[in-house]
Design a protein around this ligand. Structure first.
Ligand code: PLP
Length: 434
């Protein structure tokens, strides 16, 4: 059970009451610093206990042959092991032939896709995006808050980023439609459809249908459909990812979405398997360019994963074991924030039903201060603004919390500290404004 503090919104306190509140928080913060903590909530990494769940991989595969009898130790099989593609196809609601299984990182596949678009164009237009960059601009729509590495990838190529709100049911369709309708320089957008980083939002079937069906001025518009958390449920109510490839084909834009996923947070983050799924044309286009740099993926690792999971149900079962480890950590985040901040009117946070993050919005103008206060007290948080293009949060209020890596007690301690910092920063700001 959480305790509700018997306190009014901070903004409604008299100056004396606010001064008392501020003094209390200053004392709590001084005590926090004296503890000499060294805790880290910065990145969404699996904990050691989660990695241990997959240790059987270290003694697999038990054979060197795949189902067809091919020797997985040898070159070849650019698209990836068919039996692994079948497992992912079932999980992602696509056809096995639409799936490419690659190396250990889906981010690499996204980067490769973007590079191919820049250098070679797409099946829908042979004009390379780099030519548009040279002649004017290439723009991308970025739902915010979003994944920092998506944004830094675009920035590294000089692609301009246009922010739209990420709502509870996915990107704000009206805002996206208004942007893409008349501007051919807007070539694509990011979507993290299931348990988004960092808000935990799940893109509805309706939003997905609107995004793949909307008119776009760019004929080669692409949606990078990054389903990194497709199977990462935190409750028994398991969200189903929108069936985006089928929706896109039905709306006459089969090549618009390109889907990505990986086992980074299923097996080993550093030694899993990544996948891309797309229309027949997009897949052929991707493989054609991939073939210029690869004779085939690590099929030993593919077979290792096939033996480890056995089937799509094996993946689902395995994810429940992850859930048992991490769900209590997410509950601890909510409990710490609720017990210290509920009713104060200075913070809002998400209660995700899946994924790896909690989105904490503190009082406008205080996020950077909160992160600094926490850091000085030995609690490392993701830098303020990280979930926005160019690290610029226009309201300086957003903080991404990643509770999976530390052990439960550390999450509890760290989050109590973060709550103290959020309350202190808010009290400082409101006092300064009096
Ligand atoms: N996509 C999202 C939304 C993520 O949050 C992450 C990692 O945090 C990744 C992709 C990275 O995926 P991978 O490990 O497969 O490269």
């Amino acid at each position: 059970m959480t305790t509700q503090p018997a306190i009014a919104p901070l903004a409604s306190l008299s100056s004396e009451e606010l001064a008392t509140f501020l003094a209390t928080k200053e004392q709590e913060y001084a005590a926090l610093r004296r503890r000499g903590l060294a805790l880290d909530l910065t990145r969404g990494k699996p904990s050691s206990a989660q990695l241990d769940l997959s240790d059987r991989l270290l003694s697999l595969p038990t054979t060197t042959r795949d189902r067809s009898g091919a020797d997985v130790r040898n070159y070849g099989g650019l698209q990836g092991l068919p039996e692994l593609r079948e497992i992912f196809a079932e999980l992602l609601w696509v056809e096995p032939d639409q799936v490419v299984c690659g190396g250990n990182s889906s981010l690499t596949m996204m980067h490769d896709t973007l590079v191919h678009l820049l250098l070679h164009g797409s099946p829908d237009s042979s004009r390379p995006w780099a030519s548009d960059l040279q002649d004017g601009a290439v723009r991308f729509i970025c739902p915010v808050p979003g994944y920092d590495r998506h944004f830094s990838m675009l920035a590294s190529f000089g692609i301009e980023m246009l922010s739209v709100p990420m709502n509870a049911d996915g990107p704000d369709v009206a805002a996206v439609e208004a942007l893409v309708r008349d501007d051919p320089s807007i070539k694509g957008m990011w979507v993290v459809p299931t348990y988004a980083n960092p808000s935990g939002a799940v893109c509805s079937q309706e939003v997905a249908a609107a995004l793949v069906g909307m008119p776009t001025a760019a004929p080669d518009f692409r949606i990078f459909w990054d389903n990194a958390y497709a199977f990462h449920h935190l409750t028994e109510e398991e969200a189903k990812s929108a069936d985006v490839l089928t929706l896109a084909a039905a709306s006459g834009h089969p090549n618009r979405p390109i889907m990505f996923a990986s086992t980074s947070k299923i097996t080993f983050a550093g030694a899993g398997v990544a996948v891309l799924a797309a229309s027949a044309e997009n897949k052929a286009w991707f493989l054609e360019h991939l073939a210029m740099g690869s004779i085939g993926p690590d099929k030993v690792n593919h077979l290792r994963h096939v033996e480890f999971f056995g089937s799509a149900d094996g993946v689902r079962e395995h994810m429940r074991r992850h859930r048992d480890i991490i769900a209590p950590k997410f509950a601890a985040v909510d409990e710490a924030l609720t017990s210290a901040l509920a009713g104060l009117g200075i913070a809002e946070w998400t209660r995700p039903t899946g994924g790896y993050f909690v989105n904490l919005d503190v009082l406008d103008g205080t996020a950077a201060r909160v992160v600094r206060l926490a850091g000085d007290a030995g609690i490392s948080l993701t830098p303020a603004g990280s979930s926005f293009p160019l690290h610029q949060d226009p309201r300086d209020r957003n903080i991404r919390l990643a509770p999976t890596f530390p052990v439960l007690e550390e999450v509890e301690t760290a989050m109590a500290g973060v709550a103290t910092c959020a309350a202190l920063a808010a009290a400082e700001q409101l006092s300064a404004g009096l």
